[in-house]
Design a protein around this ligand. Structure first.
Ligand SMILES: [Zn+2]
Ligand SMILES: [Zn+2]
Length: 301
């Protein structure tokens, strides 16, 4: 019992002295840390591929990784277990991306012409701070996170500060290109409402003037209430949705039920909270797959 806690200040024996040891709380933060850090960092992702990261629980080894990392990249309010580990052991090594890219209010960007606003507010309360954490789904905001992470890495590792800045600039260029593809690809569409599994797409819908109708709120649920399913089916009919989206890391069962009821298809729209279990693709390729899926579902020209 005592041995585990006694080494928190000087336990970095297994760390690579040549590289900055970075712990990322979930995939999009891993992506940014690897892109900006390049070969100067070693990035460990606390969430495993194929696992839904909202309800991540940390085992003792991972708590150890948090206490020994040179930099912890996380998003306060997204994963309570990570927040707690950072509070206990993070010291001044924690980098909360929500402090460099302010979050939107959870209920401010929903689809609320009927009674969905109440549902969103309810979920916001459950989430804790009433903020929508899914900030990475706006590429321009992710670019800002990359710039700020480069500054932070440069302070931790001043000799290579210029390299971090240069890589963040390259990442920004890639994300700007992706943003332009989205803007062009979603400019002229027959519909602008998307029916999704959980309301992870607030930043994406705000950036590209879409609206999301979620089966559940900010956190995925296996079984939304029957009343909610009926409301969403009604919404899907009203907006003539051809597609009910589901996520790669959550069961498609509910989406399939609604799709059958309203005569729509199902397709994947990935909130990129983690990569699939086979680890294929990266943030940029999944975002491009999402754009293709959106253009089909919304009949964009
Ligand atoms: Zn989510
Ligand atoms: Zn509606």
């Amino acid at each position: 019992m005592t041995a585990a806690s006694a080494c928190s200040t000087d336990g970095a024996t297994s760390a690579d002295p040549e590289r900055v040891d970075v712990v990322a709380a979930f995939y999009p933060l891993q992506f940014v840390a690897e892109r900006v850090g390049g070969d100067a960092v070693r990035v460990t992702n606390l969430a495993k591929p194929g696992a839904e990261p909202h309800d991540l629980e940390l085992n003792p080894a991972q708590v150890g990784q948090v206490s020994e990392a040179e930099l912890i990249v996380y998003l306060a309010g997204f994963q309570p277990a990570v927040d707690e580990a950072v509070k206990q052991n993070g010291g001044d090594r924690a980098f909360d991306v929500a402090t460099v890219q302010p979050l939107l209010d959870a209920a401010a960007d929903g689809h609320d012409h009927e009674d969905e606003a109440a549902g969103a507010a309810e979920h916001a309360e459950e989430e804790g701070n009433g903020k929508d954490p899914h900030v990475w789904l706006d590429p321009t905001r992710l670019a800002t996170i990359g710039d700020k992470l480069a500054e932070r890495l440069g302070r931790a590792d001043p000799d290579r500060a210029a390299d971090y800045t240069a890589r963040a600039r390259t990442l920004r260029a890639e994300l700007t290109k992706l943003d332009a593809e989205y803007t062009a690809g979603l400019k002229t569409c027959q519909r602008r409402e998307i029916v999704v599994s959980h309301t992870a797409f607030g930043y994406l819908t705000e950036r590209y003037q879409l609206e999301q109708i979620g089966l559940s709120g900010l956190t995925p649920e296996d079984e939304p209430a029957p009343q909610r399913l009926a409301e969403v089916a009604e919404e899907a009919r009203e907006h003539q949705a051809t597609t009910i989206f589901f996520e790669t890391l959550v069961s498609p069962k509910v989406a399939e039920t609604i799709a059958k009821e309203v005569g729509a298809k199902t397709a994947v729209l990935d909130p990129i909270e983690g990569l699939p279990a086979d680890g294929r693709g990266d943030y940029l390729s999944v975002m491009r797959d999402n754009l293709t899926a959106l253009r089909t579902a919304l009949s964009c020209s």
